[in-house]
Design a protein around this ligand. Sequence first.
Ligand code: AMP
Ligand code: TRP
Length: 342
Amino acid sequence: MEQNQQEIKAERKKRLFSGIQPTGTLTLGNYIGALRNFKILEDEYDCLFSVVDMHALTVRQNPTELRQNCLKLLSLYLAVGLDPEKSLIYFQSHVSGHAELGWILDCFTYMGELQRMTQFKDKSAKHADNINAGLFTYPSLMAADILLYQTDVVPVGEDQKQHLELARNLAQRFNNAYGDTFVVPEGYIPKVGARIRSLQDPERKMSKSDPEDTYIAILDEPNVIRKKLRRAQTDSGNSIVYDTENKPGISNLMSILSAITGESMDAIGAQYDGKGYGVFKDAVADAVIAELEPIQKRYKEIVSDKAYLNQVMTTNAERARALSQKTLLKVRRKVGLAALKL
Ligand code: AMP
Ligand code: TRP
């Protein structure tokens, strides 16, 4: 029996969890830092991809828009080719275990840990009129998302490193107090493209909450993509060299190209150096457009197929809920919440 279980364990694929907030236009940064890797990793891992709609509530949302954005994000997950039969693709709010475990983890998270979070500092500066408790405890809910499914690997962009570290700390803290309960997750942060930068201010990350001309949206039309890239801020030189200190604009464009084509920075430099920034920018535009066009085409088909979206949403929520129960029962028992004997 024991032997058998060990064999089953050895055969089990490692589990992967990631989530994206359904808050407006997704950018090329989201795509390169996160979504694209989801597709690459889907075969190797047992995956859950969540539309983290409860996280979106930390900033005031228009309800109709939020509902639409959730369906749009679900459509985008499917358009990049994620398979809802294989992976679990679902809305966070459809599995109440996230909130439940979130609360329990809140009780294991220190104020000081949350106060240090840079995303909290940034967002509270940006939304000074609504610094709510959810915004503050957001990282404990994110930890719950991850730990609820005994996740091994979490693919995210660099901006989520601090949150991930908290999830690891909480898992260890809980395990130390109650014995092995949670898998301690590892981050999967891409080597190239973990932090795509603004096209107009390469000191900042590319973000959907900045002005239009600073980001490329995954759903931007090809001519818009080309125009934005042509106008991207660069230096006054003419060399195509990866040097984030002195040439942040060019380096950012090189990261975009390298992440998409898989070519090294040196190879890109050798190919475009001396040809002028215009030629290089057009090459980046060609690569981005070629990458995004098929996704955009599939997206348009999927987003209008309400019956299909509904079916994916419902069946996947059910599967995720069943999976979440295992961890929840264990956690409840460990912390001393009485079991209901029905
Ligand atoms: P969010 O839109 O904040 O929910 O982010 C979704 C995912 O995209 C997270 O894994 C982020 O780390 C990633 N991401 C967001 N912006 C960027 C960027 N500029 N470069 C790379 N990854 C990013
Ligand atoms: N906080 C993440 C972001 O803003 C989104 C997120 C929520 C997430 N829960 C998660 C990412 C769990 C990975 C795993 O991008």
